[in-house]
Design a protein around this ligand. Sequence first.
Ligand SMILES: [Zn+2]
Length: 297
Amino acid sequence: MIHRIEELFARQVSAWPQLAKGVEGLARAKTRRVRIDWFDVFVRHIPHRIGSTAARVDRESVAKRPCFLCEKNLPPEEEGVQIDENFAIYCNPFPIVDRHLTIVHREHRLQCIGNQFKSMLDLAAALPEYFVVYNGPECGASAPDHLHFQAGSRRLFPIGKDTAGLDGVAVPDYGRNVFFFRGRDQSALADRIARALDLLAAATSQRAEPLINIAVFCESGEWLTYLFPRGKHRPQVFYTGELTVSPAAIDLCGIFVVPLTQDFDKITGETIKAIFREVTLPDRQFNEVAARLESER
Ligand SMILES: [Zn+2]
């Protein structure tokens, strides 16, 4: 699979100008390492992310635009690699990380993790050098109307390093609330995630899916899964115009995307920590769910 993706990238970079431009833009992107408490966050200045960061994802705006993940709407130069009967892999023309992929379901159907978590684990196992992420329809997905994942090279994946050797359901003192699950048994892991989603839905009174971002990677037959429960989609500084940032899964994993130069120059670790705390689930609800999950281990 990795070999097929490398070939896809090579072909697409030469055949698809928009992707070539994105890859160039990423190569020029400045990255600044910021120390917060005991961990690092990598602030990355990527002007080409402005469209996603500021995307209108309300129902009306989404309904008005043609879906950019449906095969019939793709630019003629864009091609994908089919990985199973449901999903195909494409190169993301607005990359945040090296080898940034979008993994798209063949049908135009709502972004919903529901029964798809097993697919996500399959993907992570098929892409050993990568991480795979899911952004919920109300907290980061710029196509909330079309089921998709993203993946990227794990060469830079701060949370993986931060949680090496950890074995608990939460990551302590991490500046953001995140559940952590690891295991080699795929169906047991999928059951634990489903249970966490049920508890979160109940704790936050969400009828459909609780607000979540998920990241997972697979190493030596073991899956490591990060479930970020969200309290809200965008931080207050986004709406006041103070900072044009809108964190989703990759940001919460420690690669914080900043499209505007003035924001890149002024943002501090303290501000990022405050934004992480603001957008992830508040402590009281998080601790309740964590205690239940811990008691059921
Ligand atoms: Zn679509």
